[in-house]
Design a protein around this ligand. Structure first.
Ligand SMILES: [Zn+2]
Length: 61
């Protein structure tokens, strides 16, 4: 009973829906995080907070 257990989640690839190798916890905060998908090899920048993942807005070219 030393450490409180936190819920953990595997982030899903927003491109193909596959499971990435990135694991977060319920209180994890990610900002402009480059999420890599080993399945489709896409890298998608995301924000993550409060158990919700949001795609980063790409700046205008
Ligand atoms: Zn993918």
């Amino acid at each position: 009973m030393s450490e409180p257990s936190r819920k953990e989640f595997w982030l899903l690839c927003p491109v193909c829906g596959g499971k990435t190798r990135t694991r977060v916890q319920e209180d994890t905060l990610l900002v402009h995080f480059p999420l890599f998908c080993p399945k489709c090899r896409a890298v998608t920048r995301i924000n993550y907070r409060k158990e919700h993942m949001v795609l980063c807005e790409e700046p205008d070219a």
